[in-house]
Design a binder for this molecule. Structure first.
Ligand code: HEM
Length: 315
């Protein structure tokens, strides 16, 4: 069974593969993404990793389990109005950064590239291995664009965060694990309006976010910007939504667990982040290419084709 036959069989059974996607060398794509991460020492804290992780999150977190709309499939953030939503400010840095990778590997969809970039950025920052499947396709235009209210508002509290995370399909444990991703990166006044990093090691994936958050001494910063909190050293920040992670009793218990047990945080984060990247893509993402063989995607397709042909014959 050749890959092409498998692809045709996949298409016959409603899977959205393209012949191009089957020819992509995902290991080469991973390497090209990894090579970009520290390509500009003057950018932020020396790594593009955090903004790539945020691109993957915002392209996926638009999902609603209520009606199945949104999610990473289609990559509609390439177009207005989604790319202009206030919550997506700054993500053009990540999208533009990935353009040369797309040009070098034209068979990969933007939707696959953006989500894979999030995975590579986390793994390269020392985070856990994230299961990732290919198969997303890109829409030709801005339809169907997710509405402009899908991502959490950092100025709000626990009820809002819980409502948004529940709409995506995440329980409290998954929500807390996901927000622990603020161990990476920083806020920018010209993007969200907030300012500063959550930890002193913003290019390393760790459970430091929880350690810092649970410390005493967070006070409201006196400044002209949006309401945010600063630690005793006045170098770290938390938004109101971050502080809600420790003032809400249910969230707090999970934060305390992760602050004590980094291994548990890594395991729960890996599973929640992988779930996030595949929201709404369950039918299109069937080729598991998280392992290191460049041929695994094709092998998975061939295996699926054989399985479907066998199923067809025996039914
Ligand atoms: C309660 C939910 C969340 C809120 C309110 C929130 C809010 C924010 C805000 C305001 C920023 C600053 C953007 C900027 O000014 O550049 C930010 C950055 C970031 N967020 Fe979140 N976020 C949430 C959840 C998440 C999740 C679930 C992830 C990943 C799984 C994530 C990953 C990141 C990363 C990596 C950055 C840093 C980006 C950079 O350094 O350029 N966030 N977030």
């Amino acid at each position: 069974m050749g890959a092409t036959t498998a692809v045709s069989l996949g298409a016959l059974y409603g899977y959205n593969f393209t012949a191009d996607a089957a020819s992509v060398d995902y290991n080469a794509v991973r390497k090209d993404i990894a090579d970009l991460l520290e390509s500009n020492p003057n950018y932020d804290d020396g790594s593009y990793g955090p903004v790539l992780v945020r691109l993957a999150w915002h392209s996926s977190g638009s999902y609603s389990k209520v009606d199945g709309s949104g999610g990473s499939n289609n990559a509609t953030m390439r177009f207005s109005p989604e790319k202009d939503y206030g919550g997506n400010a700054g993500l053009e840095v990540a999208r533009n950064l990935l353009e040369p990778v797309k040009a070098k590997h034209p068979g990969i969809s933007y939707a696959d590239l953006w989500t894979l970039a999030g995975v590579v950025a986390i793994e390269e920052a020392g985070g856990p291995k994230i299961e990732w499947k290919s198969g997303r396709t890109d829409s030709a235009d801005n339809k169907p664009t997710a509405p402009n209210d899908r991502l959490p508002d950092a100025g709000q509290g626990a009820d809002h965060v819980r409502a948004v995370m529940t709409r995506m399909g995440f329980n409290d444990r998954e929500a807390v694990a996901l927000v622990g991703c603020h161990c990476l990166g920083r806020c920018h006044t010209d993007r969200s309006g907030f300012e500063g990093p959550w930890t002193n090691a913003p290019t390393t994936f760790s459970n430091l976010y929880f350690e810092e958050l649970l410390k005493d001494g967070w006070t409201e910063r006196k400044w002209k910007g949006p309401r945010q909190f600063e630690d005793k050293s006045k170098t770290l920040m938390m938004t109101p939504a971050d502080i809600a992670m420790k003032t809400d009793a249910k969230y707090r218990a999970i934060c305390e667990e992760y602050a004590k047990d980094e291994k548990k945080f890594f395991a729960d984060f890996a599973s929640a982040y992988s779930k996030l990247l595949h929201l709404g893509c369950e039918k299109v993402c069937v080729a598991n290419v998280s392992e290191s063989s460049p041929y695994l995607g094709v092998t998975a397709l061939a295996t699926l084709g054989t399985f479907l042909a066998f199923k067809n014959k025996s039914s």
